[in-house]
Design a protein. Structure first.
Length: 500
């Protein structure tokens, strides 16, 4: 883990380019840098523009009632409330054939728990414990969140090259402008395997490049990146040099905004000297110092049929998990229905997601699907699980009583795919000394939990959005074996986002 000279040079050059633009115009409410269609569709400008400044603030209060391990962890803080703010200042400047961008981020915390780590297997009692364990007493920092250039080729205006530090999420490379399809791409396709972990207060960026090409018919993108330190670690100026990712995706856009399909390839390499999380013994894992190298091939398909929508996603994964041969799979199938003519504009959805687990820790094979570097909370709104060794059967209901208010409630029945494997949590690598995914023993059972939740989003103004959320997890036999004093848990939050 260090600072990449190439990326730092690009970052410094971008900041100099942005700051040298002269005076500032009115604040822009758009994102500082785009990946994919927004970049490719924009025509090259004929001259440089003045600097545009955007300031965004996200303030959130989180209340956690994590599962209670009881003795011998009496007195540990499984219940706590803390606050956090993420302030971003973004500068963009249009260039002759593209733009330069730079963004500073300033996360801060107040009230993190001081004693929320129990002995194994209970471990860290929620995200508040992870922030505190990772950063000690530090509760504030300033770091370069994004910085670089977006270049559009003069004679190939649909081709765009981005270089530097930027945010990236697979599955979100291009959108259709159809509200249903685009919601599905944002909430049920994007971020599954590569994302910015935007729910955390430090988040994740990527250092590297993307090359994308966009037309009315299709879109393709090539990327080579390394993630930054971040997510839970405040030392977020650093690059996580032990992890390297290559990505290619081709998206075929459906006619008349009725469908969307994508095929993708992800190559992931992790050569960090860190203890791997899997179902082997501690001694076997400690002796395994070889790299993790995985190839993931998959795709998604979206289709609208009147009031009905169909979503299918799947992936095959193979490679080397240290000294083990890796072979895994994952799939998700979902249906939705939006009846017309009702004031609340309901959208009922149901689906099943399954990902492979490992049935034998001693056979020289690793069959647990790896979620790589996701934004886990997109698919686990009360984030005590992720999409590894899991079967998630769910139903959800969205109500849209007005253009400003959206209500969303979900019920999930969560089961481990294989009882010989672990209950996995986390969102992937975020520092050099921690693997990124945590695993807890199943106790020989598959039943994990049932989750019911409710979230409300209120667009209080053009620049202000309020989110309120509450989730209740009813722990089953897996959780009861680890947290006998309190197998049920809950999470509630209130969040205000404002653009200045």
């Amino acid at each position: 883990m260090n600072r990449s000279p190439t990326i730092l040079a690009a970052a410094v050059a971008a900041i100099v380019s942005v700051s040298g633009a002269g005076g500032a115009s009115a604040a822009s409410v758009g994102r500082p840098a785009t990946v994919g269609p927004e970049a490719a569709k924009s025509r090259p400008t004929t001259q440089a523009s003045r600097l545009k400044i955007t300031t965004t603030s996200r303030t959130r209060v989180e209340a956690w009632n994590w599962f209670d391990p009881g003795n011998p962890a009496v007195g540990k803080q499984n219940r706590y409330t803390y606050g956090a703010n993420l302030l971003k200042i973004t500068g963009t400047r249009k260039l002759r054939h593209g733009e330069s961008f730079a963004e500073l981020a300033m996360p801060s915390f107040i009230g993190l728990p001081d004693d929320a780590v129990a002995a194994a297997p209970a471990g860290q009692l929620g995200p508040g414990a992870t922030y505190r364990a990772t950063n000690g007493g530090q509760e504030f920092t300033v770091f370069i969140k994004q910085a670089g250039f977006l270049h559009r080729f003069e004679h190939h205006p649909k081709l765009a090259l981005k270089l530097g530090r930027f945010e990236f999420a697979e599955g979100s490379e291009c959108f259709t402008t159809d509200p249903t399809l685009d919601w599905l791409k944002r909430e049920r396709i994007g971020h599954r395997l590569l994302g910015n972990f935007g729910f955390t207060h430090i988040q994740r960026s990527f250092d590297g490049f993307t090359l994308s090409h966009d037309t009315a018919r299709d879109h393709w993108i090539v990327a080579a990146v390394r993630p930054t330190v971040g997510c839970f670690n405040l030392d977020a100026n650093l690059e996580l040099t032990g992890v390297t990712v290559g990505y290619f995706a081709y998206t075929l856009k459906g006619s008349k905004k009725r469908g969307d399909g994508r095929a993708f390839l992800i190559v992931y390499d992790d050569d960090r000297d860190v203890l791997k999380t899997d179902n082997r013994t501690a001694a076997a894992r400690k002796a395994d110092t070889r790299d993790i190298t995985l190839a993931t091939v998959g795709g998604h398909y979206l289709k609208k049929l009147g009031p009905v929508d169909l979503l299918a996603w799947g992936a095959l994964q193979w490679g080397d998990w240290g000294t083990l041969d890796h072979d895994a799979w994952a799939w998700d199938f979902e249906l939705g229905y939006q009846p017309s003519g009702t004031a609340l504009k309901p959208w009922l959805r149901a689906g099943v997601c399954r990902t492979s687990g490992d049935s034998n820790s001693r056979d020289g094979k690793h069959q647990t699907f790896s979620q790589l570097l996701p934004t886990a909370r997109v698919y686990a709104r009360t984030p005590f699980y992720n999409m590894m060794n899991l079967q998630d059967a769910f139903v959800s209901l969205l109500l849209r009583p007005s253009k400003k208010v959206t209500l969303r409630t979900e019920y999930h029945d969560l089961t481990l795919q294989d009882a010989a494997d672990l209950w996995y949590l986390g969102g992937g690598a975020y520092e050099s000394q921690t693997f990124g995914f945590a695993g807890r023993p199943s106790g020989g059972s598959r039943s994990l939990a049932r989750l019911v939740d409710l979230g409300v989003e209120w667009k209080a103004g053009q620049r202000t959005t309020v989110n309120i959320y509450g989730g209740r997890a009813l722990g089953d036999s897996v959780i009861r074996s680890i947290y006998p004093a309190g197998p049920d848990g809950s999470f509630a939050m209130a969040e205000v986002m404002h653009r200045f």
